[in-house]
Write a protein that binds this ligand. Structure first.
Ligand code: SAH
Length: 214
């Protein structure tokens, strides 16, 4: 099957070759049908080494970035994960394969509706989705063992730090509108520890504790 072979190639040449070593992450990247999260016109490019447009001015992240962020979250089977920026739902599906339950927030209604439907069709019943401003987090379901933000923020939203468990990990791109640094933040008893995972470029995180729209 064509897409399966393309997926194998994607994992070996773009992801494994660049140092992603978590076998569970590699296995999931080989499994989740990325092409289904992309409109038909661009489907043949689904396994390329780049982000792609998904409508509404938004993009699905490059496969390597999805793998890198997922590995950095250090997920266990019983973790509850908050994702800000559902977009196509692809990253959500990857997380859903590795953790207990995923709470995902998307601010653009069209994308939220489309991703919700596809994740249901693919049988990801451990995903809870909502359409709102994710910079506020999801207080009623907090705290989370892991939080992932897939849009670029001007700074780390304080609410997200508050909604992490002790021992929890937050992965978030922080910077200006054009380029960001991918940060891994760990919260424990003696405070917050930040690690710089390198440069990246995401669409804007828009909301009360993000950028203004427009
Ligand atoms: N992980 C997605 C990437 C989508 S791009 C994927 O794999 O397809 C980032 C997404 O974040 C966009 O869909 C954008 O609409 C959404 N977004 C931006 N600001 C947001 C906010 N404050 N709350 C929730 N979603 C937000």
């Amino acid at each position: 099957m064509k897409f399966r072979r393309m997926r194998e190639m994607m994992v070996s040449t773009q992801i494994e070759a660049r140092g992603i070593h978590d076998q569970r992450v590699l296995e999931v990247m080989r499994k989740v049908p990325r092409h289904l999260f992309i409109g038909e016109a661009l489907r043949d490019q689904a396994y390329g080494d780049f982000p792609l447009p998904i409508g509404e001015g938004q993009t699905i992240s490059q496969p390597y970035i999805v793998a890198e962020m997922t590995q950095a979250l250090e997920l266990s089977k019983d973790d509850r994960v908050l994702e800000i920026g559902t977009g196509s739902g692809y990253q959500t599906a990857v997380l859903a394969e590795l953790a207990y339950r995923i709470y995902t927030i998307e601010r653009v209604r069209e994308l939220f509706v489309r991703a919700r439907k596809l994740l249901d069709e693919l049988g990801y019943h451990n995903v809870v989705a909502r359409c709102s401003d994710g910079t506020l987090g999801w207080r009623d379901e907090s705290p989370f063992e892991a939080i992932i933000v897939t849009a670029g923020a001007p700074e780390v939203p304080e609410k997200l730090l508050q909604q992490l468990t002790s021992g929890g990990r937050l992965i978030i791109p922080v910077g200006n509108r054009f380029s960001q640094t991918l940060l891994k933040i760990r919260k424990d008893e003696d405070g917050i520890h930040k690690i710089d995972l390198g440069g990246c470029r995401f669409v804007k995180l828009i909301g009360e504790h993000g950028w203004e729209a427009g």
